[in-house]
Write a protein that binds this ligand. Structure first.
Ligand code: BG6
Length: 487
């Protein structure tokens, strides 16, 4: 599907996100003929590039992002022609006059109507300033009746409930809620969207998808990398803010929500908020017993990390959703850096049979499970017991597996491709709404407060390459976030 003609202005265009994710995603949309007919991208940042220098820079990034995929250089040249650059200082209101002039010129020159999408690919500090200065310079509202303005805001959206609320209020004074797109790139992943299709287009799962048949639900995202060169941001954030408040909470919402009556953005987002609001808040004692925080050995020596940092690079937690569907079913989150493998998955553990008849039959919740592998090796596997051939009735656990790579001809779009296209089309289904965001912070905030008070108490260390601190075992999860490949 092609979006209507528009101009995309990227703030922070000389940064990492633009080169690594945004422009490669836009190039894929370009090749797939999904960009608007009249369309231009204006990169704006402080670095002094000319249009051509910026294009040359982005050419490198796009080729790098495409890896060994073959790239047609004529396509790439044509794409780079719709790319423009403005060197300006986004921290000074007066500079926006320059931006406004360039925008007007581009709209005219490229024959684009009065529709402008702003992308804030800047450090979070600028999420307040850029919209403020856009408003001061009359750039936050359309100039014509059928024009529009939209803004995409990257994560982290706030660092606490209070700051997220402030940012929401601030943005809502400048743009309408339906013009604000809060991005969470996990929602752009095909496998994440597929959770909704798996659940709501198949009659066989729904009857089992509740407290009567589900024993527990584990949601994990492990990474092999450490903080690399992001110490400055990460040391002030930590795994709870960086991964759980957004990505893992969204995965959980898709796994736990009720079916909306229709598949439209607002009914879907209503169901997400209901799940977040039904999460049982922790008491201080429960935080101590049900949330485990860890830090990998050597983290404090990383670049731009405080030598006495208590920032967590690992979190394991158990919590409950107090509603009819999930009452009494433990949910778990596990996430961490420098773990043995990169993998994100959701595991639904079903209850076992009430009585064991066969030798080798497993008991407990590890017998039947549905493993939704978000990445890599995207797949869905149902595990169950079958009879071993031969004498007797010995049971063996087997898996029935669907792998995305068996759909060999289908291009699995990168998360940013899908999300950028949706925003251009005006579809906010896969973007976080302000009430959901605040509800997720409401759950996370008390943990952050408590950890701040505790300092280094109850911070557990783990060796890089281990599955996190051993204390995670206290939570009583079946696989404790360890990948399910071998189970
Ligand atoms: C980002 C976090 O949002 O997600 C990173 O800031 C993390 O710390 C990344 O590495 C993980 O994303 P993905 O898509 O690689 O699982």
């Amino acid at each position: 599907k092609r979006a209507n003609d528009q101009l995309l202005v990227i703030f922070g265009a000389s940064g990492d996100l633009t080169g690594r994710k945004l422009l490669p995603a836009l190039f894929e949309l370009f090749i797939g003929d999904m960009l608007p007919e009249h369309f231009a991208i204006l990169g704006a940042a402080r670095t002094a590039f000319t249009d051509d220098e910026f294009r040359a820079e982005q050419r490198k990034h796009i080729l790098e992002a495409r890896g060994n995929k073959e790239t047609n250089s004529a396509d790439l040249d044509r794409f780079l022609q719709i790319l423009f650059y403005l060197a300006f200082d986004s921290t000074k209101s007066a500079e926006y006059v320059k931006l406004k002039d360039r925008v007007h010129l581009l709209l005219q020159q490229e024959n684009i109507p009065d529709r402008i999408m702003y992308y804030l690919a800047t450090p979070p500090l600028m999420y307040e300033l850029v919209p403020k200065y856009l408003q001061e310079n009359g750039m936050n509202v359309a100039e014509s009746e059928d024009g529009w303005r939209r803004v995409i805001v990257e994560k982290p959206f706030g660092t606490s409930l209070e700051t997220a609320q402030e940012l929401n209020k601030h943005l809502c004074r400048i743009f309408d809620e339906n013009e604000i797109y809060r991005i969470d790139h996990y929602l752009g992943k095909e496998t994440v969207q597929n959770i909704l299709v798996l659940r709501f287009s198949n009659g066989i799962f729904e009857p089992l998808w509740n407290r009567n048949y589900v024993d527990s639900v584990e949601i994990s995202a492990s990474e092999t990398l450490g903080v690399e060169n992001r110490g400055k941001y990460y040391d002030g954030a930590g795994a709870l803010r960086d991964m759980i408040q957004n990505h893992l909470m969204q995965l959980m919402a898709f796994a736990a929500m009720e079916s909306p009556a229709v598949f439209d953005p607002e009914p879907i987002r209503d169901e997400i908020v209901k799940v977040f609001r039904a999460i049982r808040p922790y008491t201080i004692r429960e935080i101590n017993e049900q949330v485990v925080r860890g830090q990998y050995d050597g983290y404090r020596e990383e670049k731009n990390v405080a030598p006495d940092s208590n920032t967590e690079t690992y979190v394991g937690m158990k919590f409950f959703i107090d509603n009819w569907r999930w009452s009494g079913v433990p949910f778990y989150f596990f996430t961490g850096k420098k773990l043995p493998e990169k993998s994100s998955e959701i595991v639904i553990h079903f209850k076992s049979t009430p009585h064991q008849l066969f030798a080798g039959q497993c008991s407990g919740s590890s017998c039947n499970k549905l493993v939704i592998r978000i990445q890599p090796d995207e797949s869905i596997t149902l595990r169950f017991g079958l009879k071993m051939p031969g004498a007797g009735f010995t049971v063996k656990q087997v898996g029935m597996e669907f792998r995305y790579d068996s759909l060999s001809k289908t291009h699995l779009p990168d998360a940013y491709e899908r999300l950028l296209l949706d925003a251009m089309l005006g579809d906010s289904t896969l973007y976080a709404r302000s009430d959901a965001l605040e509800a997720s912070w409401r759950f996370i905030d008390p943990i952050l407060h408590h950890w701040k008070e505790e300092g280094s108490k109850n911070l557990f260390f783990y060796e890089p390459g281990q599955n996190g601190p051993l204390e995670r075992m206290m939570l009583g999860a079946d696989s404790a976030g360890d990948s399910c490949d071998s189970c």
